[in-house]
Design a protein around this ligand. Structure first.
Ligand code: ATP
Ligand code: MG
Length: 382
């Protein structure tokens, strides 16, 4: 008999012939997550198991953040032929549980000497007889499920902890996330990473107009994302020179848009270098002047790669709820400036004219500015 963690996966179930590919990735990600806690990780019979871990709870919290994991249960593994032993362990497990319960047996081993209804009945009876003062059986709407899975061994558990779901990181290619210190972009990155996409982050920093605190805030956000994403490489791109040039040479009401076009171009260069195939932003229609339909069209057209905007139809209130759920909201709410908020025009163009953008941009040495920004980017591995 031993204690272990039983990890269940979600959407991978729906995969056909390529399921082994997704499972291999899942096991690798779970191994990475469980590594700091020691222990062994293996796949068996549609479950991932983690054994020999000292701090089960801490390990479980970590594994619940692995994309692809649907839920985690602390379980007891037992010799399946020892049914008396299974009953004793189940009884111990239910000693401190109050309310209604039912037994939910699953017999993956079809040669087992009892079928599932028999196990349900026998085990239910055993536990009920010994705990009648605080437990009652309710087969329709039980408050607690006492589960037993009969595989090559028997697994008993009564608590299922939900995990993040999604697909294992690395199975969905790679994309570059434009990461600001705001609320939206970390959520956008999380959503795409959850679909199995590996992220590389690009942050524009306008020192000394934006402070070291502002940069640290973004790195702190990246660190939170890194926990879900199996690490995160962040390019901190110096943006001051480009902003100064734009501010000096372009029409005031177009500076934000032109700046955003530069952000997209530089991100695409970095994405190519990183062999990423798409860009991700936290934009949402109508949120600010640079996110009207017209403005989005002008920033979209400077790059060839697909741009994913998972929040495009989200209200700010819903994005805030999401940010709270994934743990980025508090850090995002710290009051540090972003390069988008320095040099902001009083009346940014909401229905921009292409000709005016072109006129403004023609005064800038685009190639040199972009090359310098990419070359001088500081790379931080988290
Ligand atoms: P967020 O959208 O992350 O809450 P924000 O609202 O301050 O931050 P917006 O002005 O809405 O930023 O910018 C739209 C998108 O542009 C962001 O979601 C992000 O993808 C990108 N972006 C803005 N500022 C930066 C920056 N300094 N570095 C990298 N990307 C940025
Ligand atoms: Mg925003």
């Amino acid at each position: 008999m031993r204690k272990l963690l039983m990890v269940r996966y979600g959407e991978i179930y729906l995969k056909g012939l390529n399921r082994p590919y997704f499972l291999r990735a899942l096991v690798s990600r779970v191994k990475e997550a469980a590594k700091p806690f020691g222990g062994k990780v293996w796949l068996h019979d549609a479950r991932v198991f983690i054994s020999d871990v000292e701090d089960m709870e801490a390990c479980m919290d970590r594994v619940r953040k692995v994309f692809g994991v649907h839920s985690v249960c602390p379980a007891i593994e037992m010799e399946k032929d020892n049914f008396e032993g299974i009953c004793e362990q189940a009884n111990l497990m239910m000693k401190d549980v109050n309310g209604t319960f039912k037994v939910d047996a699953r017999r993956a081993d079809k040669h087992y000497f009892m079928d599932s209804p028999q196990i349900n009945r026998k085990l239910g009876e055993y536990v009920l007889m010994r705990n009648e003062d605080h437990l009652k059986v309710d087969v329709h709407h039980p408050e607690h499920l006492l589960s037993v899975e009969i595989r090559d061994q028997a697994y008993i558990y009564c608590k299922v902890y939900p995990a993040v779901g999604g697909m294992p990181v690395g199975t969905g290619g790679k994309a570059a996330l434009l990461l600001s210190g705001g609320i939206d972009s970390p959520v956008a990155g999380y959503m795409i990473a959850k679909r199995g996409v590996q992220l590389v982050a690009v942050h524009y920093h306008s020192f000394p107009y934006t402070s070291e605190f502002a940069k640290q805030k973004v790195l702190d956000l990246a660190k939170i994302l890194a926990e879900y994403c199996c690490g995160l490489k962040v390019y901190v791109v110096p943006f001051t020179e480009i902003q100064m040039e734009i501010h000096e040479k372009c029409p005031d009401d177009y500076t934000t848009l032109i700046m955003r076009r530069y952000m997209m171009r530089i991100a695409e260069e970095i994405a190519k270098k990183e062999e990423a195939l798409a860009l991700i932003t936290g934009e949402s229609v109508g949120q600010v002047a640079s996110q009207t339909m017209e403005a989005l069209a002008t920033t979209n057209e400077v790059v060839e790669m697909p741009v994913f905007r998972p929040l495009i139809g989200f209200d700010k209130i819903d994005i805030i709820e999401y940010a709270k759920k994934i743990g980025t909201y508090e850090t995002s709410s710290l009051p540090y400036e972003d390069c988008c908020t320095v040099f902001t025009p009083r009346h940014p163009a909401t229905k921009p004219k292409m000709q005016k953008i072109m006129e403004g941009e023609s005064k800038l040495d685009q190639e040199a500015l972009i090359a310098a920004a990419v070359e001088n980017a500081e790379i931080v591995e988290l």
